[in-house]
Write a protein of this length. Structure first.
Lengths: 105, 300
């Protein structure tokens, strides 16, 4: 089993070396991919109506996820610029922001 | 709003998604990977955490200062060309003929600058504005005005702005013209009966009817000018000094000139986030304006 798959894995590693994968970035993308998968399944399983929130625009769950992710990126950047490289509290702030977006927007 | 959203249509997007995965998603993942590492080539990478982002967001560092300067330059450029191209485009659209053979002739002439590739536009203006052999550069110098876009930052800015106005005003004009064509004659007849002035017709009939196409024009021109690369690269190469180094030009200088892939990746991600956020705002405003109008037309 090990011998059969390792030449393939070796070639894959060789041919994707330029992508410079790291565990933290892989975890980052895996999280986003998982979120997208969950929301896709949710949208198929429980179709919803768009609703109008505080922004005055109709939004679906997917729109709210997009607003959350984009806003979180800016929260983290602002934290990095104004406070420092320790982003633990920034992530906590992002969760609060996510809750607010999903409840109010 | 009336029907539940059916997300099954997304399955039809799958083939496009596959293509985009290879042309956009994999490269952008790679950029994210580069942005947290440093490299000296040969596929050897060293973990740097958030170091590049921290440097980028701190204006006192070399990278942060460069980024902020280029960002301001880019925003200023977009503001200037929007302030010129949108009113000028409306004015041109208003004075374009409405019927007869002149319509076709005007449309073809207006479309010509839009058909020229960006790098050719840059080359045309590079020669056109030269003081020794260029028609415009020579003529301005002959008038006694000292004009040299390779040495004087103001001259370089004016040349780039004029080039962009020449290249893209027709797009705004054509969009506005399409908006104007959709106004029924009855509106004008009613205005004539009421004795409305030319200005009143413009502000109460023509401008409201052009609102949507104008939004599209502003969106297109803003995004294009915010991401401008080829024309200033060919015309001035970002110079004199760094006077016309816009974000994309600086990005290429860092990534390919200095081979600082980590710095360039961090910068391109922040650049990308700004573009994405602005796109979302414009898109939302545009689609929202659309639903508002439909509700006005069919209140039920």
């Amino acid at each position: 089993m090990e011998n059969a798959s390792s030449p393939f894995m070796e070639r894959l590693a060789e041919n994707t070396a330029w992508m410079a994968w790291t565990w933290p970035t892989a975890a980052f993308f895996a999280t986003i991919a998982a979120l997208l998968a969950v929301f896709t399944v949710l949208a198929l399983w429980r179709p919803e109506r768009a609703r109008v929130g505080v922004l005055g625009i109709p939004t679906t769950r997917g729109d709210r996820l997009f607003i959350t992710l984009l806003g979180s990126a800016f929260i983290n950047l602002a934290w990095l610029a104004l406070v420092g490289p320790n982003l633990g509290w920034a992530l906590a702030l992002c969760l609060v922001y996510a809750l607010a977006v999903f409840r109010l927007v | 709003m009336d029907k539940p959203v059916n997300n099954r249509a997304w399955l039809l997007v799958a083939p496009v998604f596959l293509i985009v995965a290879f042309s956009a998603i994999l490269p952008i993942m790679t950029v994210v990977n580069y942005s947290v590492q440093d490299t000296f080539g040969n596929n050897q990478f060293f973990w740097n955490g958030l170091g590049w982002f921290q440097e980028l967001l701190d204006p006192s560092t070399e990278l942060g200062g460069r980024f902020l300067d280029a960002l301001w330059r880019n925003l200023l450029f977009s503001a200037i060309i929007l302030a010129i191209e949108v009113p000028l485009g409306i004015l041109v659209a208003l004075s374009m003929p409405r019927e007869g053979w002149k319509v076709a002739a005007t449309l073809v002439i207006m479309a010509l600058p839009l058909l020229i590739p960006w790098n050719v536009v840059g080359t045309i203006w590079q020669v056109f504005a030269r003081g020794d052999i260029g028609l415009a550069g020579w003529a301005i110098n002959a008038l006694g005005i000292d004009y040299n876009y390779t040495g004087d930052p103001l001259a370089a800015w004016i040349t780039i702005v004029v080039m962009d106005v020449w290249h893209w005003t027709s797009l705004v004009a054509l969009l506005c013209y399409a908006g104007l064509k959709s106004i029924p004659d009855a509106y004008y007849q009613a205005a004539r009966i009421d004795g409305a002035s030319r200005w009143a017709i413009f502000t109460t009939i023509q401008l409201p009817k052009m609102k949507r196409v104008l939004l599209i024009a502003v969106l297109l021109r803003f995004m294009d000018s915010f991401m401008i690369y080829t024309e200033p690269f060919v015309l001035t190469g970002g110079g004199p000094g760094n006077a016309t180094t816009f974000l994309s030009i600086d990005l290429v200088k860092i990534a390919l000139g200095q081979f600082d892939l980590g710095k360039a990746a961090a910068m391109s991600l922040v650049y990308n986030l700004i573009v994405l956020a602005l796109c979302w705002v414009f898109y939302t405003v545009m689609t929202h304006a659309g639903t508002e109008r439909r509700q006005e037309e069919n209140p039920a």
